[in-house]
Ligand binder design. Structure first.
Ligand SMILES: Cc1ncc(C[n+]2csc(CCOP(=O)(O)OP(=O)(O)O)c2C)c(N)n1
Ligand SMILES: [Mg+2]
Length: 517
């Protein structure tokens, strides 16, 4: 057996069932190995950023890693932005990167580069497989490294001759590191802080944003008066009627500071102490208010639901969580704006939807419009590297084929990885994409306003404006095999969204909205 076959067989044996691939010559033996392992689904991606983002979406929704297949340093480089988002989401990903044959590297052939250095910027674990005989065990360890709590990108570099040489064999799965149990005294200390009655907030991150932990957090909040907040960009937040309401910490430092104002105890459950997204002249970077004590209940590597459950049993033994009322906005009428578009989404959100949110400034009203809707998952831009949404939606749809995916995508961000639409079509994924065509990099216009600098010069107009020409997302989507339509009224969006959600397979709606800034 050659090294590539041992890698493929070991991946399958370790529970990896999907490979998001953009192969090159050095990966062709692995491609051939996939022919022999039909249970390992090969998903073609036309750009490595799509493969990386899809692996992130798949991992967030299944808790299991997908593999990527990337071509040397340049292929890995193309995938870095979405691997960065995956790292920030603590998503398990087995990042397979082919490289030149070991004996060929000395010649500095055109595709030669420092693959290891690129890999280290996004990976918690990097290994260069040195020999076909190690291919199986290295792969099993890569899967374990990816899945160990809390989850990370594990990069395995596969030289071409390792892939094609014989003498390899598959390795059995390696146990991954389980989440650590939070000590009794940590829970007791947090319970004591909450019992002081001083203003408190619990900041939820990672697994704390999933149902079991949310229910425990809801009980704690009801019993102690602590407020529930979650990190600004959660990897996966379970929401909707029947779950305790959680407010996301604001993106702008000013907003987050207002949310945290007066808090004397900030309990971190899987989240880090809040910091502003960027530094701003005259604003603090660390957003913990003066005089507020920070209590770490659980880190991302800990058993977060266990710790919150234990805390709930300590301070809220007989208190149920307060659950918000179910309710949807009415179907909107009139002008199509970010606000009426959010109402359309809220009015039609399907039960069990996976919402991928890269709507940026157009997403301002989305959380409010969907809070009382049916149960759903909300996936966000964890690492701030735009171009995540369309790929993430592909991976989520492949991971959860029985659930509808609603991809809410800003126009500028959509263009980075627009070729993901072809994967939506090729794999017949049940993804409805709404592109918010404000024809602008509006968030940057907003940041200009905040800076208070004169910003109406020609460079600003050229660099932040996406018109001249306007992008025709309907033609772009159809050109990649995705049925598409354009809406420029609230009624139009509502009708088109209802239609798209009622049909299986991918759809795209270009929602033409004014820019907010
Ligand atoms: C990989 C990457 N490149 C560039 C940026 C800088 N950036 C932040 S927001 C933005 C424009 C977003 O425009 P769009 O997606 O249309 O959303 P809008 O601001 O219009 O709501 C850019 C270029 C980034 N965050 N990530
Ligand atoms: Mg825009």
């Amino acid at each position: 057996m050659n090294g590539a076959c041992a890698v493929a067989r070991t991946l399958l044996g370790s529970g990896v069932e999907v490979c998001f691939a953009n192969p090159g010559t050095s990966e062709l033996h692995f491609v051939a190995a996939l022919d022999d392992e039909p249970a390992l689904r090969a998903v073609p991606c036309l750009f490595e950023g799509v493969a990386a983002g899809a692996a992130d979406g798949y991992g967030r929704m299944t808790g299991r890693p997908a593999a990527t297949l990337l071509h040397l340093g340049p292929g890995l480089g193309n995938g870095l932005a979405n691997l960065h988002n995956a790292r920030r989401a603590a998503t398990p990903v087995v990042n397979l990167v082919g490289d030149h044959a070991t004996f060929h590297k000395q010649y500095d052939a055109p595709l030669e580069s420092d693959v290891d250095a690129l890999a280290r910027t996004v990976s918690g674990w990097v290994r260069r497989c040195g020999d076909a005989s190690a291919a199986g065990t290295d792969t099993a360890q890569a899967v374990a490294a990816a899945t160990g709590a809390p989850g990370q990108v594990a990069t395995l570099i596969l030289p071409a001759d390792v892939s094609w040489s014989g003498g390899a064999r598959p390795a059995p799965p390696v146990a991954a590191r389980p989440p650590a149990t939070v000590p009794e005294q940590t829970v007791a200390a947090v319970a004591a802080a909450l019992r002081t009655g001083e203003p408190a907030a619990i900041l939820l991150g990672g697994a704390a944003n999933r149902e079991p932990a949310l229910r425990a957090a809801g009980r704690i909040a009801a019993a102690t008066g602590a407020r529930l907040l979650c990190e600004t960009f959660p990897a996966r937040l379970e929401r909707g009627a029947g779950l305790p309401a959680v407010e996301r910490l604001g993106y702008l430092a000013e907003g987050a500071m207002a949310q945290l104002d007066g808090v004397r105890h900030l309990v971190l459950a899987g989240a880090r102490a809040p910091v502003s997204f960027f530094a701003h002249p005259g604003l603090p970077g660390l957003l913990v208010p003066d005089g507020c004590r920070v209590h770490v209940l659980a880190t991302t590597a800990d058993d977060i639901p266990g710790a919150l459950g234990h805390l709930a049993d300590t301070v809220a033994a007989h208190t149920p969580a307060v659950l918000p009322a179910a309710g949807r906005p009415a179907a909107p009428t009139g002008a199509l704006t970010a606000e009426t578009a959010a109402a359309a989404v809220g009015a039609l959100l399907p039960e069990g939807a996976i919402v991928v949110d890269e709507a940026n400034t157009c997403g301002l009203w989305l959380p409010g419009a969907t809070a009382g809707g049916p149960r759903h998952d909300w996936l966000t831009l964890t690492g701030g590297a735009i171009g995540q949404g369309l790929p993430l939606a592909a991976g989520a749809a492949i991971g959860c084929p029985d659930r509808p995916v609603l991809c809410l995508e800003a126009d500028g961000s959509a263009m980075y990885t627009i070729s993901a639409l072809w994967t939506h079509a090729r794999e017949e994924l049940d993804i409805t994409t709404v592109v918010f065509a404000n024809r602008s990099y509006a968030v940057l216009a907003m940041e200009f306003q905040r800076l208070g600098t004169p910003a109406d010069g020609p460079a600003r107009r050229d660099l932040l404006d996406l018109s001249r020409p306007c992008l025709d997302f309907v033609a772009i989507a159809r050109g990649m095999g995705v049925p598409a339509s354009r809406a420029d009224t609230a009624e139009g969006l509502t009708a088109q969204l209802r239609q798209a959600l009622s049909e299986p397979g991918p759809h795209l709606i270009e929602a033409v909205v004014p820019a907010l800034f």
